[in-house]
Design a protein around this ligand. Structure first.
Ligand code: ADP
Length: 205
């Protein structure tokens, strides 16, 4: 039986960093953001469903979905956001399930599902354990501002659109403390992974 770890955090908490460290360790990771992007590329059924729903104006010169424009559109319209999620989520979930099946057939004992909105989307109920990446609110803010080149108001807005990180901790079996340096994070994640591997090993007896 393969154990599935759901990896999440709050925006700017360092989840993508943790995911990158895990991939470097050779961990089988499924990246929900990458799957979301992939299913919206030109020619995919979700791509067609999106422009049929939202009109030609959300397509760029090469027929690609203008993600910022679409994002702006749904940010100001809850019905539109729900509709978009209805178009995208089933495909993403199917791709996740396929990815996990591949890992299972490879005989992996552990796999990581990297999902920014794991808890908001209810996917935490589908995994065996939840890992939450934690940083202080001020660290989240400054990391978002630096990474995304936005001001503090916009960074606060992005954090405010998610469940508060403190609240997510109550869903976590493992909290990954990212209040230190990147080197410290690397050590923490490496140790956590080795412990998880020990737990996942089949009993000898
Ligand atoms: P998330 O995926 O949770 O939104 P990221 O992993 O992208 O967050 O981290 C946000 C930004 O902060 C990135 O630019 C990343 O390089 C930086 N960062 C993450 N962890 C640390 C850390 N411990 N020290 C310094 N910068 C960090």
């Amino acid at each position: 039986m393969m154990r599935v770890i759901g990896l999440t955090g709050g925006i700017g908490s360092g989840k993508s960093q943790v995911s990158a460290i895990l991939k470097d360790l050779g961990v089988p990771v499924i990246d929900a953001d990458a799957l979301t992007h992939a299913c919206q590329t030109r020619g995919q059924p979700v791509w067609a469903a999106i422009w049929q729903q939202f009109g030609w104006s959300i397509l760029g010169p090469n027929g690609e979905i203008l993600r910022r424009k679409l994002g702006f559109l749904v940010f100001h319209d809850e019905d539109a956001r729900k509709k978009l999620n209805q178009l995208v989520h089933p495909s993403v979930r199917a791709l996740m399930a396929q990815g996990l099946d591949v890992f299972r057939r490879q005989g992996q004992l552990l796999a990581v599902l990297d999902v920014p909105l794991l808890i908001e989307g209810g996917l935490h109920k589908m995994v065996d354990e939840v890992w939450v990446v934690y940083a202080d609110l001020t660290q989240q803010l400054s990391r978002i501002m630096e990474r995304d080149h936005v001001d503090v108001t916009e960074a606060e807005r992005r954090i405010g659109a998610q469940m508060p990180l403190d609240q997510k901790l109550s869903y976590a079996q493992v909290v990954i403390d990212n209040r230190g340096t990147l080197d410290e994070l690397k050590d923490v994640v490496t140790q956590l992974w080795h412990k998880a591997q020990d737990r996942a090993k089949p009993d000898d007896g």
